[in-house]
Design a protein. Structure first.
Length: 273
């Protein structure tokens, strides 16, 4: 489905996540003439991408009309200073879509006109390969059409889920936003354990990486739950069962992850305050 909006699209901030969004929109067939980038220091790869598609970019790109969607993809500590500059760009049907971590709907509303439609979303680093898990929530001013437009923009980088309770985004951040790092750590630890078992470092890394990739793809394609998949590959009195007795024992993986997620969620709440 070709990505089309009711008016121009303004991307504010084109770093790693903003750049991933831009690539996703272009893959979805958005008209580059409707996309504008506000960023005084574009990364070289985004600068080349914008030049190749003739996308207007710079500190203050000249928009032909007020944008339908303003996507905020700057670092969280830059949001407060940015908001007053956006006010002149807001039209009657504009919606602000923010992916700035830790910035609540109420925080985002400061410096914007009263009753401004705002969507807050939390993607993750897998956006770079079009496989992000993004969770979004909106204030009451967001219309159905605006929510649909934001959904289409976010689906360009992966799967999208909407929630009504914004407070759940702290847990979402802990599970999904930070989650890829946990998987990378699993691959890292698996490789190190292989090395400790006698494999050379290069082979251990290759085997661990391919194993994590393959298991993730199997999980993606299967209709079975993670538990069912685990049970299918666990033969009674076999090697996998021996390992899982350690991983699932007292103070095992579930306890570690539960405590880790709680710590990450607590930190997310602190950063949002």
């Amino acid at each position: 489905m070709t990505l089309r909006l009711a008016g121009p699209l303004l991307l504010v901030g084109a770093g790693k996540m903003g750049g991933a969004l831009l690539e996703g929109w272009l893959r979805q067939g958005i008209d580059p003439a409707t996309v504008f980038i506000r960023d005084p220091a574009l990364p070289p790869e985004v600068e080349m991408l914008a030049a190749r598609h003739r996308i207007a970019a710079g500190d203050a790109p000249d928009l032909p009309a007020l944008p339908a969607v303003i996507v905020i993809a700057v670092k969280p500590d830059q949001v407060a200073a940015l908001m007053p500059d956006l006010e002149p760009l807001i039209g009657e049907g504009s919606v602000v879509l923010s992916i700035a971590a830790g910035r609540t709907l109420a925080t985002l509303a400061h410096g914007l006109p009263s009753g401004m439609p705002i969507v807050r979303a939390m993607p993750n680093v897998a956006a770079a390969v079009g496989r992000s898990m993004t969770v979004a929530c909106a204030n009451k001013a967001v219309t159905r059409d605006q929510a649909l437009a934001c959904t289409m923009l976010l689906e360009a980088i992966g799967e999208v889920v909407w929630i009504d309770d914004e407070s759940l985004l702290d847990a979402i951040t802990a599970v999904s936003g930070s989650g890829p790092a946990y998987v990378f750590l699993l691959a890292e630890c698996l490789a190190e354990a292989g090395r400790a078992a006698g494999l050379d470092a290069g082979l251990a890394q290759q085997v661990a990486r391919a194993t994590v990739e393959g298991a993730g793809e199997l999980l993606r394609q299967s209709d079975l739950s993670p538990r069912e998949l685990r049970e299918k590959v666990t033969s009674p009195k076999g090697t996998t069962e021996s390992a899982l007795k350690i991983l699932m024992g007292e103070d095992g993986m579930q306890d570690l992850l539960t405590r880790a997620i709680a710590a990450a969620a607590k930190r997310s709440s602190e950063l949002s305050s």
